[in-house]
Design a protein around this ligand. Structure first.
Ligand code: TXA
Ligand code: MG
Length: 349
């Protein structure tokens, strides 16, 4: 299959390209598109065949449900039922934005889209290109992140090209995404609202409008014995090809431990990579070292994280060491992704 590649930025959206993207979706095809979090791989959410194609293109297990992307609140009516009052409160506060809500699904949504579940994940992305594309396609776009299953989510169109060229119908290049980690997922179907996946919208932000909110315990700890409620969170996601270890401690200790580990790995024949910060960059010695930005700038760290993990892959790094970051606020989302990339392999000094 020849994949059509077009560009669309917030300021310059070509109407004909959007019409074509919408037509492809209505005919059952797949289109990758930018959002404010990561690139999505879109298909018609109401068409079971489109959802099957998404799973096939990603090589993703079909028990891992997709997020339905909408462009206006009224679209909730067709795809959900018994909408709880919290949903409207959250939509008013955070939509369009990096927040996904789980509610009960209606019969209009095929079980292929929801991985067999009776609930559906819904989000309204805060990106003009995404919103235009969703409207042009009829209003309901099922979309996981546009990466091959198990790889870090795409934050640049070139990442989507690497994974999906020749496999899907079209890729809309909207440049680098703004946030860099996937949306916060909050479950509204069982008692107290519960965060199943942390993201830019933090627990504190949700509590300000909802009152008490719980957080799934498996987010930063896979030893709790609990099973994650978002099926996707159980897979080794967001992972680079190399083995990865996070090292936590004071800056001085961490730099020393990373350099010692790099040396030991090199002696065993590994190609080493280090994910460090502007503060430590000059102190680290490795085959490939990359700074995610300033330690205290979690937004910059989030935006660069997946790109750097992919660059380690491109450079065939086989042993990766990373600094650890604060898990306060938005930092929780960053640490959650880093922990998953490392398979929860963390050494605390
Ligand atoms: O920011 C994002 O959310 C991006 C962009 C493209 O919008 N999308 C994204 O989709 O990250 P994906 O498929 O990579 O992750 C969706 C997650 C999975 O962990 C899945 O298990 C969970 O949402 N999920 C979807 N529907 C669910 C449901 N009904 N109940 C529980 N978890 C659900
Ligand atoms: Mg994903």
């Amino acid at each position: 299959m020849k994949t059509i590649l077009v560009k669309a930025t917030s300021k310059d959206i070509n109407e004909d390209d959007m019409l074509l993207a919408g037509k492809i979706i209505k005919e059952g095809g797949l289109v990758a598109f930018p959002t404010e979090t990561v690139y999505g791989l879109g298909g018609d959410a109401l068409n079971s065949q489109s959802s099957k194609k998404i799973y096939a293109a990603k090589g993703r297990p079909s028990d891992n449900p997709l997020i339905v992307h909408i462009s206006k609140w009224e679209s909730m009516d067709l795809i959900s039922r018994d909408i709880p009052k919290e949903a409207k409160i959250l939509a008013d506060a955070f939509w369009p934005g990096p927040l996904t809500m789980i509610v009960k699904k209606s019969d209009a949504v095929p079980t292929e889209t929801t991985g067999g579940l009776d609930t559906v994940a819904i989000r309204m992305p805060d990106h003009p290109v995404a919103l235009k594309f969703i409207e042009s396609a009829g209003g309901y776009i099922a979309a996981p992140s546009a990466n091959t299953s198990g790889k870090p989510s795409p934050t640049l169109a070139s990442h989507v090209v690497d994974d999906m060229d020749g496999i899907i119908d079209m890729i809309i290049d909207g440049g680098e995404v703004g946030i860099g980690v996937e949306s916060t997922i909050v479950d509204l179907t069982e008692g107290r609202p519960t965060i199943l996946r942390p993201g830019y919208i933090t627990e504190e932000m949700l509590e300000r409008v909802l009152g008490p909110v719980d957080t799934d315990k498996t987010i930063l700890d896979n030893n709790s014995g609990a099973k994650p409620k978002a099926p996707g969170m159980k897979y080794r996601h967001y992972a680079p090809k190399g083995d990865m270890m996070i090292i936590e401690g004071s800056q001085e200790e961490v730099v020393k431990a990373i350099n010692d580990n790099v040396k030991a790995s090199k002696e065993k024949g590994a190609k080493t990579g280090v994910l460090c910060t502007d503060e430590t960059f000059d102190l680290i010695e490795a085959d490939v070292k990359k700074s995610v930005g300033k330690r205290e700038d979690e937004h910059e760290i989030a935006r660069r994280l997946y790109r750097i993990l992919r660059e380690f892959d491109d450079e065939n790094v086989t042993a990766i060491y990373s600094e650890s970051f604060s898990s306060e606020g938005f930092g929780q989302a960053v640490m959650n992704r880093l922990m998953k990339a490392a398979g929860f392999n963390i050494r605390k000094l």
